[in-house]
Design a protein around this ligand. Structure first.
Ligand code: NDP
Length: 327
């Protein structure tokens, strides 16, 4: 038997999230690597799944948890052997395949990456999909030639998991970061992470003009909707906007003006199905570029029993930084 955060729907469609003991024989047969999970985490998507807020889970019942880190117990995959330390992010785990908010998970070896040198399981889950997505955004800015000397970088949804890691990464790389946040009382937290300035998120979240005063050399946007539209409208000639999130909304009430008049690039960021080579590069950069002390300062360590309540805080928008779940 193993302990897991179990999501169920009965025949009447009533949803239940609970901590259960599950028989190991029920683990999905499609996995070829059995992993003892030592740490997992809570991302926005885990919040959606655990609180049944949007159709993240597409098979029932489901073990929650889109991220995990731990030790291989058994492997039928050529790249992994018992004792290997691994990280899993996404690939539909916790959505269509039983996830990692559990003592054990049976995963596909093709989805796993080896723990990079310099990181342990707790730190890797302090990063999680949120931090790895932040790194994908940074790589997206770099790939489009955005350099520290080009000017300020806007990070929206700043106190969240993606935003907070993005600030820590960008400031360590020498960029000047301006953060937008709805939490005025977290200004010191954001400045300690490396933000040069913190702006009330209302400044960007209301409908705005198609072209506005040019300010940003680059953007990491975690919230979508009017915020993303305004961010594009304020991006400097030739700048790049990376779009990874939808905390404000899925819509994009924008115009083509920033793209056809200022050559702005809108770069979409997907962490879930990103190819292994991209993941390995992102994790290698995280191991070298993320200040471990800053990571520690933005992470809280909770247990599996705390996870359901903590997921509610993510959905209420009151979460700050990253939540690590020690299994
Ligand atoms: P969090 O819940 O940790 O952070 C989201 C932050 O957005 C909040 O802390 C808050 O920051 C801000 N926010 C919340 N509600 C609103 C609102 N109504 N309007 C404007 N801002 C708001 O989530 P994550 O950081 O884990 O994820 C951020 C987004 O990125 C999510 O939408 C998530 O689904 C997406 N994501 C996408 C991935 C991909 O592969 N593309 C991977 C991972 C995440 P503040 O109070 O500071 O403004």
């Amino acid at each position: 038997m193993f302990k897991a955060l179990f999501l169920q729907k009965n025949e009447q469609g009533e949803f239940k999230a609970s901590i259960e003991q599950i028989d190991e024989n029920q683990l999905p047969e499609t996995g070829d690597v059995l992993v003892q999970i030592s740490h997992s985490t809570l991302n926005y998507k885990d919040g959606l799944a655990i609180c049944n807020k949007s159709p993240v889970v597409r098979q029932w019942p489901m073990v929650a948890g889109i991220d995990g880190a731990g030790t291989v117990l058994e492997s039928a995959h050529p790249n992994f052997k018992p004792g290997d330390e691994i990280i899993l992010n996404g690939f539909g785990v916790g959505e269509t395949h039983w996830g990692c908010l559990a003592e054990k998970a049976k995963l596909k070896g093709d989805w796993l990456i080896k723990m990079p040198a310099g990181l342990n399981a707790e730190q890797a889950m302090g990063i999680g999909t949120a931090g790895y997505t932040a790194m994908l955004c940074v790589l997206g800015l770099e790939a489009h030639g955005v350099k520290p000397e080009h000017g300020e970088i806007l990070v929206t949804g700043a106190t969240g998991g993606v935003g907070s890691v993005a600030i820590a990464l960008l400031s360590k790389l020498g960029y000047t970061v301006v953060a937008t946040s709805g939490k005025a009382d977290q200004t010191d937290f954001l400045k300690n992470l490396g933000a040069a300035e913190v702006v009330d998120r209302k400044a960007l979240s209301e409908p705005g003009k198609p072209l506005q005063r040019e300010r940003w050399a680059g953007v990491v946007d975690c919230v979508g909707s009017h915020t993303l539209a305004n961010a594009c409208a304020q991006t400097k000639y030739g700048g790049t906007v990376t779009a990874c999130g939808l905390a404000q909304g899925m819509d994009l009430p924008s115009s083509v003006a920033p793209f056809i008049l200022r050559g702005v690039t809108l770069k979409g960021i997907d962490s879930v199905m990103a190819p292994l080579s991209v993941r390995e590069e992102a994790w290698r950069r995280l191991a070298s570029d993320l200040d471990v002390e800053k990571l520690h300062s933005l992470s809280r360590l909770l247990t599996l029993d705390d996870a359901i309540e903590a997921a509610g805080k993510i959905m209420a928008g009151t979460n700050i930084g990253r939540v690590i779940i020690k299994i």
